[in-house]
Design a binder for this molecule. Structure first.
Ligand code: NI
Length: 251
């Protein structure tokens, strides 16, 4: 259930049986010619909501404004500095702990969030924090591989576009997305893990339509529905295991 949709009495009651909460984290940035600006946040949020239904967990409001400086040359991108983002996350963790949530599960949808999230988690030694991206799990990787192989690429990936198609909106085909993108050179994914990209103008010049090695047009809403279901299943199991490992009582 979504925290925003609960009353304080319901939250108090929940805290008597569970101290865990799932917090989706995404971004607000360009996702290629047919990908929604909110893709990362929308993917993490939808998977978190379905996982929370089966794990009987609360989902906190999605953090959709995060660092994405490299995409600022594309209209619609909004980027927070890492410092502001870290302060925001830090105060949210403190607020949750104040109310008795002691096991905080970040479900991430944007590579550039990982380093700042890990840094903030390290500063809160008294909080149990787990940080996972929805694509971290083998079941999800296998599915991405089987549908798209190397065309999954790095940004505006067909898997994330498929999820938003299933959950939110199917953008009509666009000529810029019909042609496959330039394939990424060997080692590019590793070298740029965590979205270590160059300055915004350089980034847009290098990837003019916004796709980074990803053939977004391979996405379909039915793939998306499958990604949501598979990812939500593994996330729910991982969340329950996280609670159990801290002797927190799963709901
Ligand atoms: Ni993305």
């Amino acid at each position: 259930m979504k925290l925003q949709m609960m009353t304080w009495l319901e939250v108090e009651d929940y805290l008597r049986r569970s101290r865990g909460i799932i917090l989706p984290v995404g971004s607000t940035e360009q996702h290629g010619p047919i990908g929604l600006i909110g893709t990362d946040a929308l993917c993490a949020e939808r998977i978190a909501e379905i996982a929370a239904e089966s794990a009987n967990a609360i989902v906190a409001p999605t953090l959709a404004l995060t660092p994405a400086p490299f995409n600022m040359s594309f209209p619609g991108t909004l980027s927070l500095s890492a410092g502001v983002f870290k302060s925001l996350v830090s105060e949210i963790i403190e607020g949750l702990m104040h109310h008795g949530f002691d096991s905080i599960y970040f479900l991430n949808g944007h590579g550039a969030n990982l380093a700042p999230l890990q840094a903030v988690a390290a500063q809160h030694a008294n909080a149990r924090v787990r940080i996972r991206s929805w694509w971290d799990f083998d079941d999800v990787s296998r599915l991405r591989d089987s549908y798209y192989g190397h065309w999954e690429g790095m940004h505006a990936t067909p898997s994330e576009v498929a999820i938003t198609q299933a959950a939110h909106r199917l953008v009509p085909p666009h000529p810029l997305a019909e042609t496959p993108p330039e394939p990424l050179p060997d080692g590019f994914l590793q070298a740029h893990a965590g979205d270590r990209h160059g300055p915004p103008d350089e980034h847009r010049k290098r990837f003019p339509d916004g796709r980074v090695g990803s053939h977004s047009a391979l996405a379909t809403p039915s793939h998306g529905a499958e990604f949501i279901s598979v990812a939500a299943g593994v996330v729910a199991r991982d969340y329950l295991q996280f609670l159990a490992s801290g002797n927190a009582k799963p709901a």
